[in-house]
Design a protein around this ligand. Sequence first.
Ligand code: R7I
Ligand code: MG
Ligand code: MG
Ligand code: MG
Length: 345
Amino acid sequence: EGAVIASKFRGALIGALLGDCLGAPFEGDERVSKSVLQKYFDKLEGPHFKAPFKQYTDDTAMTKCVAESLIHSGGFNEEDMAKRFVEEYYRNPKRGYGANVVSIFGKLRSTDLKDVWQPAREQFSGRGSYGNGGAMRVSPIALYCHKNYQQMIDFCGKTTALTHTNTLGINGALLQCIAVHQSLEQSPNDPIDEKKFSFDLISKMSKIEEKSSPEVESKTPYIDQLKLVQKLLEKNKGSTLDDDEEVVESLGNTIAALYSVPTAVYCFLRAQSTIKDMEVDNPFRRTLQYSISLGGDTDTIASMAGAISGAYHGYGMINANVQRHCEGVEKMLDIANELMLVSET
Ligand code: R7I
Ligand code: MG
Ligand code: MG
Ligand code: MG
């Protein structure tokens, strides 16, 4: 049992890292051809060749900050977490950060972190950001708190609110965290029941959306999206041609949390079975390849889907050659091991 959970910890974090590194070159493309992606992955998985690293972006940089803060603080500490975000940003600002989040880092630095919550509240005229920058970095929280669901929800909400205070930004991070947690709880030998997995997400998100509904047309935007996930899964699974247009049109592929986190959940679940124009046996690879094919915010959607997939399948499902082409794998494996040591298992 200890070996399984250790493999799942590594799988979740390396899954997040690989999705980011491999998806980043396509970020912003409208759609990515499945045959181009087939060759891209085949080449990276094939005999080793010397090539520059696929560099990770803000998604991984901030994921590492979250993990390291939990490890070093022995839990959530807002000052330590905020300090790590700021230091990491100024150490390496060219990681493709969201256009607006960087002003938070500036304010935190110039006020010497006087009130760590205030700059995030000021974003977008006081409405707070609904970007997916909260959701993209939460996998370490699902790992650290995997024996304590309520603590996970608490830590995840607070970690997100350091940069994203809009309810959509926060609830998107909660959905991603809960999805990683569900994967972690599931034995890698039991096949995923897509219906049950999505129903469980819906029932947990109902409690969350009951308490804090955003100021948009629907009171339950994430549940609405998750119901669409179920509908699309029923329609596309086993079909000869996936309706990718419909997936993108309805679930989305943008930097908004509402239009990317449910999409990542869909990609993970859809990739449990074969997909047309993807000659891939490995469901982890299929998850990343399919996520990237949808275009848009490819690094983030692939990273979130990769974390969910890696947490379910474990590290053993992740091709070793591909890892050699991605920046920061060794360090991320160390972090996974340290998180194992400090979290209750
Ligand atoms: O959410 P955030 O950290 O960005 C994450 C994304 C990921 O795709 C990363 O890979 C990276 O590329 O960026 O950064 P924010 O600046 O908070 O939000 C990202 C963008 O979402 C903003 O620059 C806005 O374009 C948009 N956005 C909003 N637009 C209008 N009104 C977020 N919130 C709002 C809003 O309330
Ligand atoms: Mg990024
Ligand atoms: Mg961006
Ligand atoms: Mg992105």
